[in-house]
Design a protein around this ligand. Structure first.
Ligand SMILES: CC(C)(COP(=O)(O)OP(=O)(O)OC[C@H]1O[C@@H](n2cnc3c(N)ncnc32)[C@H](O)[C@@H]1OP(=O)(O)O)[C@@H](O)C(=O)NCCC(=O)NCCS
Length: 278
């Protein structure tokens, strides 16, 4: 039986799988494969309209892991590796500074490629795939099963939503060389194509229409199709007038992301990464 078939079988078994050593072995094999990048929650597939195939069985496997696991003391000591020239400072009580414990954590079952840089505090959840050269800045979240490409910059406090439930929901995908500005939020299976730029504070969900003023169209999620930000789009947070009811009478506007242009030389300058930090 393939790993996929085993996972599907133990997932379908419900509570009967708890305590079954073979169910645990199947889950651990899948977790190892996720960590090695051999198995992914979603992967590029040119035959699909979105360009991505969702492997629902992987999410079933992750949920199986939650079912099989028990609470345990998971403190295993912390591990940090950084340039010798910038060691962590140490403080004593006499200095009168309170340092509240914090840090970063990458959960088992997440793939993190070589060359990824993670600034604390940040969290990478199970099933996530973070490819080479990506920067995960402070206060960022890479949610469960999110697929992050090569050389992506997740700026401070960028939130990439996770998807475990429902099992067939598509993960958020950020393709190669995407720049996500500070405080952005990308949720509900949104796909951000290569080299797109999200200005600080841009929020994208299934329900968020995106006004592409550069090409004169409105982009929306529709049925199976998630919200898709086109390659190279520069998206900024904007507002649009409410055109009906009390909202109109009161002169209200609502938040809306706007594609103001497609990446140009000016954007390259704004988005340039600092090699020295690598
Ligand atoms: C999007 C960004 C990269 C700028 O890209 P750019 O190609 O240099 O954009 P431009 O300056 O040419 O602006 C293009 C248009 O978008 C508007 N715009 C740019 N950034 C905007 C923003 N953040 N919010 C609203 N409008 C914005 C500009 O006013 C301009 O419109 P105009 O021509 O009508 O004046 C930059 O604004 C940004 O958000 N960078 C991320 C910064 C960040 O989060 N750093 C994290 C550090 S941890």
């Amino acid at each position: 039986m393939s790993l996929r078939e085993k996972i599907e079988q133990y997932f379908a078994a419900g509570a009967a799988a708890v305590g079954d050593a073979e169910a645990m072995a199947a889950f651990l094999a899948m977790r190892d494969a996720l960590e090695a990048g051999d198995v992914r929650a979603a992967e590029p597939d040119a035959d699909r309209p979105t360009g991505w195939r969702v492997n629902a069985w992987v999410k079933q496997g992750i949920l199986l892991g939650f079912r099989l696991g028990q609470l345990e003391d998971s403190g295993r000591g912390l591990s940090f590796v950084d340039k010798s020239t910038f060691p962590a400072r140490r403080f004593t009580a006499e200095q009168g500074v309170r340092i509240v414990a914090g840090g970063s954590s990458v959960r088992a079952g997440a793939y993190v490629a070589r060359g990824v840089i993670a600034a604390p505090p940040m969290f990478v959840n199970v099933g996530a795939y973070v490819d080479e050269g990506t920067m995960i800045d402070s206060h960022s979240l890479v949610g469960s099963c999110a697929q992050i490409g090569k050389r992506v910059h997740l700026s401070a406090a960028a939130q990439v939503g996770g998807v475990l439930e429902p099992v067939n929901a598509s993960p958020v995908v950020l393709e190669d060389d995407v720049l996500v500005g500070g405080n952005c939020g990308i949720y509900e299976g949104t796909i951000v194509r290569r080299r797109a730029v999200l200005a600080a504070g841009t929020i994208l969900t299934r329900g968020t229409p995106v006004y592409d003023v550069a090409r004169g169209e409105v982009l929306r999620a529709d049925g199976e199709k998630p919200l898709i930000i086109p390659e190279g789009a520069v998206v900024v947070p904007g507002a649009r007038a409410v055109t009906k009811g009390m909202g109109q009478e009161w002169g209200l506007s609502v938040y809306t992301p706007v594609i103001v242009k497609y990446r140009d030389e000016k954007t390259e300058l704004s988005a340039a990464l600092e090699d020295l930090l690598r």
